[in-house]
Design a protein around this ligand. Structure first.
Ligand code: FNR
Length: 226
């Protein structure tokens, strides 16, 4: 590995390029039901995986793997695992929230033409990883960065992504045959979309609202606003 390195010019974004980045950020949505049947080919999928693989990671650990699922049989098993967990989830909400919860569509596992399970190999970097010495969970956070890279790149490709996390511990691991030390971080449903909500679907359907940013920002410590 070369140890000689000099930074090169950072290269400014044009106004148009900058606008495109923000457009991807602000118009990205979690998609559950707008997937079209248009197939997601290996070429575009390769671009999305490359985007994910260029995410930051603790100590450059790159702890992720990408399991591409096109098999209807595997998707059916995963949908079954979701349904079992979702019935338990509904029972956890209070009587006044439960009817709305149960009415929400929270996955598009069978509709999406392709799914991805993004995993984290907790042992990839060996026992001591730069940046993870005092915070072992940093590999999981790194994997989430890969998810977000993919989510934004997918938006630019016209592909919607839906993250499904309502699974009992171990179900995805068993269905996908994950080895010891590899944990499933995200089940993502992918498909081309023609329409997207202009705000989070959970907001449009009255479940939650975006918090005002001003209330979340402090200066120089917890408590000093402005
Ligand atoms: C870690 C994690 C896990 C989940 C989600 C997101 C994230 C980050 N989201 C999507 C979530 O509901 C959505 O991002 C918010 O409602 C905001 O909407 P937009 O993503 O802006 O459309 C999600 N949505 C859903 O319908 N079923 C799910 O199981 C999950 N799980």
């Amino acid at each position: 590995m070369s140890t000689h390195a000099t930074p090169v010019a950072a290269g400014a974004f044009s106004d148009e390029e900058r606008a495109a980045v923000y457009r991807a950020i602000f118009s990205r949505r979690d998609v559950r039901s707008q997937f079209t049947a248009r197939p997601v080919g290996d070429e575009v999928l390769g671009r999305l995986l490359t985007a994910a693989h260029h995410a930051p990671s603790v100590g450059f650990m790159q702890p992720w793997n990408f399991i591409v699922v096109r098999s209807a049989a595997v998707k059916r098993q995963v949908q079954g695992a979701f349904a079992a967990a979702n019935a338990e989830a509904a029972a956890m909400f209070s009587d006044d929230r439960r009817p709305l919860y149960s009415a929400l569509k929270l996955e598009g596992i069978l509709q999406a033409p392709v799914s991805l399970c993004i995993t984290c190999d907790r042992n990839r970097g060996g026992p001591v990883v730069l940046g993870r010495t005092h915070a072992p969970e940093m590999d999981l956070y790194s994997t989430v960065c890969a998810v977000q890279n993919l989510w934004l790149a997918a938006r630019a490709e016209g592909i919607g992504v839906g993250w499904v996390s309502i699974f009992r511990e171990g179900d995805l691991r068993d269905i996908l045959g994950l080895p010891e030390g590899v944990v499933p971080v995200a089940w993502l449903c992918l498909g081309y979309v023609d329409a997207l909500y202009d705000r989070p679907e959970l907001e449009a359907k009255g479940w939650a609202k975006r918090l005002p940013l001003e209330g979340l920002v402090f200066r120089d410590g917890w408590g000093q606003r402005g």
